[in-house]
Design a binder for this molecule. Structure first.
Ligand code: PMP
Ligand code: GLU
Length: 404
């Protein structure tokens, strides 16, 4: 039988113009190689390797037994939002009402909700780079313009007040900050943030979107949330969630906390395209926030130990330039000293080549730094066991030593 009309499938320009998430793509690639029997060590995707603590899992089982199986309110159960308010009060000293919180399918959706709810076509969003892969793409979805501020290893990947001032134009509507940072692990100190706030306080049209998802994976003595600055308190939006702090990446619960008007806009948006997030996962997140918090500091301690190990081993590898990350679970070494070198028919011209070479030659998956808008670097996630870190770094050292 012949088909009389030709099928013409269209993919929108919006999606055609969107880049694929490189972190997820690299992770997928290493899973495929593993399925082929190749022993790949995956340092690409960033997620805790710990299991979700038992008391949180038990709360999810109880939620099912108690029939928390219906649609949940679009911004999340009131009980969860109250638990989040309590947590923000205890950890940051911040005062929010439950109406200012919107719970979403991970911090990712919370971020995208805020960007889509506040950015008009042509509005400029300042993004210090290197920055997590999805920020620029979310701004693109909103038809906004990303204005990146490069901050390399020589400034510990943190922008200066002068750089911020120079990036602001009459079209700037948002500053998107991430501390502790993915992909560098850098943490802004209170005085560094104050210096940025001193500029922002005179720019009432700029919203500060602060991604604090790695707040609890912080190796410095203190943590300063963007909620700490009264000068901008009425236009700071905080993003956080349970994925990293409680080892709950698969549960998909994150939230925004900010001005009521923006919370309402996010609820309207979410109500039209996903509704409230999973009822069961929300009950688990509630247990995470209200239950014992020792699990959070125990996991952070393990990440700190691994940070020390990975930094020590990376510093022993000739040609890698590393900083000492103060939070999160990433190392972002500079690899440009390998450009122009080769092994066999493999020639290294970029960090993407280094990353691909390490995958093929060392069977270690990393992510090319240009995915984070800073070429010349690669990202390693060290959220894995000490033994795996040792073996991965041994393989990396061996493969890089072959480049001449
Ligand atoms: N922000 C940053 C900086 C992240 O690294 C991640 C992890 N993918 C997210 C947001 C999203 O977190 P979630 O898994 O809760 O969506
Ligand atoms: N935050 C993780 C990463 O950057 C998860 C993957 C993603 O959502 O991008 O690797």
């Amino acid at each position: 039988m012949t088909n009389s009309h030709r099928t013409m499938l269209q993919i929108s320009h919006r999606i055609q113009d969107l880049s694929q998430s490189q972190t997820l793509a690299m992770s997928q690639k290493s899973s495929e190689l593993r399925a082929q029997g190749i022993d790949v060590i995956n340092l690409s995707v960033g997620e805790p390797d710990f299991h979700t603590p038992d008391h949180i899992k038990a709360a999810a089982v109880k939620a099912i037994d108690d029939n928390f199986t219906f649609y949940s309110p679009v911004p999340g159960y009131m009980s969860l939002r109250q638990a989040i308010v309590k947590n923000l009060q205890e950890t940051d000293g911040a005062t929010f009402t439950p109406e200012q919180i919107v719970v979403s399918g991970g911090a990712k959706q919370a971020l995208c909700n805020v960007i889509l709810s506040t950015i008009n076509p042509g509005d400029e969003v300042i993004i210090p780079t290197p920055a997590w892969v999805s920020y620029v793409e979310m701004v693109k979805l909103a038809e906004g313009v990303s204005v990146t501020i490069p901050a390399d290893i020589n400034q510990d990947f943190k922008i200066t007040p002068e750089q911020l001032r120079a990036a602001i134009t009459p079209r700037t509507r948002m500053l998107l900050l991430c501390s502790p940072s993915n992909p560098t692990g850098s943490v802004y100190t209170r005085s560094e943030l104050q210096a940025l706030v001193d500029i922002l306080k005179d720019c009432p049209e700029i919203l500060v979107l602060s991604d604090e998802i790695y707040q609890h994976i912080n190796y410095t003595d203190s943590y300063t949330s963007m909620t700490a600055f009264p000068e901008i308190a009425d236009r700071a939006v905080i993003i956080n969630g349970v994925s990293k702090a409680y080892a709950m990446t698969g549960w998909r619960i994150g939230f925004m906390a900010g001005p009521l008007q923006i919370a309402k806009a996010c609820t309207k948006l979410q109500g039209q395209y996903t509704s409230g997030s999973s009822s069961i996962a929300q009950k688990a997140a509630e247990a995470a926030y209200l239950g014992p918090q020792e699990c959070v500091s125990e996991m952070c301690e393990a990440f700190r130990r691994r940070r020390d190990l990975v930094v020590k081993l990376a510093k022993e590898i000739p040609g890698l330039k590393v900083n000492v990350p103060q939070g999160a679970f990433y190392l972002f070494p500079e690899v440009s000293s390998f450009f122009g070198k080769k092994y066999g028919d493999k020639v290294i011209r970029s960090a993407a080549d280094v990353s691909m070479y390490l995958l093929e030659e060392a069977h270690v998956a990393t992510v090319d730094g240009s995915a984070f808008c800073l070429p010349g670097y690669i990202r390693l996630s060290y959220a894995t066991s000490d033994d795996t870190i040792r073996e991965a770094m041994r393989r990396i050292a061996e493969a890089l030593a072959k480049l001449k």
